[in-house]
Design a protein around this ligand. Structure first.
Ligand code: ADP
Length: 360
């Protein structure tokens, strides 16, 4: 008679096999039922397996097995994305080739030599996002004229020498608040313009000259704060980009450093070369930021201390503008900060946006 342990070993393998087969079947049916298109690609980009949504989207037939994915998705952006993807990432957006046109997001996940491709239909999402952008742009635009009229009349009335003293305070407050509204509307319009413009002209920017302007304006703003502001230019390399947007973004960072540093502080503006490109940085020894706020600072209207932001004329949109402008120039905002000690806001511009002084 066989020992009982042996009986268990002999029997356990088929049972295990059966369970994993069942699980595999379940996984396959789940993938098949997914509304997103799923395609498994071999090491040469050939089709290994696909679900029903992929079959519909890419018009696949069983005989297409092993055919190249590029026979079905010919967009140049997709090929480049495929070749560059070695780790999971944010994916690439392409337009579908079928009528009516759909907006698709392709996401590749490499595993071993193979790649899993998931294609999402993001047409509706992108449509909603466009509606939101257009709404904000239209509202801001519509508010502009009435605000300008109100500000004009308020200024006229406030200048009247015979204004009754008990009205004076009221007029002061109305002027303050309409000025604030005007600043918010201007920032919202700027933000909408940056968001809507998908591509902008890349003009040469003399960064040394631009930073000298920003520094001069900062000194004027600094009068009531009395900080020591230093400008360090470690490279004469320039940038290709939008001078207007970059001026707005970089001066926002400098003005913030001034606003959020107690009087008599130290602020350094620096432009230097690094291994990855050229780096712009503003360092202050101001109030600093607690770690829990850092990730949310570039959200619209996110402020740590609403009162302080308003009293210094802030709209809560400055860092959102900075983030979008930098994104347009393929640079990313980095924030390092220690509460009570100070902050460094910086961005590294990649070589494709840099005009090196060596070749100019
Ligand atoms: P705001 O108009 O309020 O300044 P921003 O978008 O420019 O709006 O900044 C968002 C928030 O980030 C500010 O309200 C402030 O709390 C914080 N912040 C920005 N820059 C600094 C800085 N250099 N030091 C400390 N806090 C800062």
């Amino acid at each position: 008679m066989m020992p009982s342990q042996d009986i268990q070993q002999v029997n356990s393998e088929p049972v295990f096999q059966q369970t994993s087969d069942d699980q595999l079947k379940k996984i396959r049916s789940a993938l098949r039922a997914l509304r997103d298109a799923v395609v498994l690609l071999n090491e040469h980009g050939g089709l290994e397996w696909w679900n029903k949504s992929a079959e519909d989207l890419l018009c696949l037939k069983p005989s297409d097995k092993s055919n190249s994915i590029f026979d079905f998705i010919s967009a140049r952006e997709f090929r480049q994305y495929y070749e560059e993807t070695t780790i999971p990432n944010d994916g690439v957006y392409i337009e579908s080739w079928r009528a009516p046109k759909r907006n698709l997001k392709c996401e590749l996940t490499p595993f071993g030599d193979e790649k899993l491709l998931i294609i999402y239909d993001v047409t509706r999402l992108q449509h909603l996002e466009k509606m939101r952008r257009d709404f904000v742009a239209n509202v801001s635009h519509e508010l502009r004229t009435p605000l300008t009229v109100m500000m004009g009349y308020l200024e006229n009335f406030s200048d009247q020498p015979d204004m009754p003293p008990h009205w004076k305070r009221g007029f002061e407050l109305m002027t303050q608040q309409t000025t604030r509204m005007n600043r918010v509307v201007s920032d919202l319009l700027l933000l909408s313009r940056i968001e809507i413009e998908e591509a902008h002209e890349l003009n040469y920017i003399d960064v040394t000259r631009l930073l000298t302007h920003i520094y001069d304006d900062a000194q004027a703003y600094n009068q009531e704060y009395g900080h020591n502001i230093h400008l360090e230019i470690d490279t004469y390399d320039g940038l290709y980009g939008s001078e207007m947007y970059l001026t707005s973004a970089l001066s926002n960072l400098v003005i913030n450093a001034i606003k959020y540093t107690p009087k008599g502080g130290n602020i350094t503006i620096n432009w230097s070369k690094t291994a990855k490109g050229c780096r712009f940085a503003v360092e202050d020894d101001g109030i600093g930021i607690a770690p829990k706020h850092i990730a949310r600072l570039t959200e619209r209207f996110y402020r740590i201390d609403k009162g302080r932001s308003r009293s210094t004329g802030g709209t809560g949109l400055g860092l959102a503008i900075v983030k979008h402008v930098l994104y347009q120039h393929e640079a990313e905002l980095q924030i390092e900060s220690v509460e009570g000690k100070g902050s460094i806001f910086s961005a590294v511009f990649p070589p494709s946006y840099i005009r090196s002084t060596a070749i100019s």
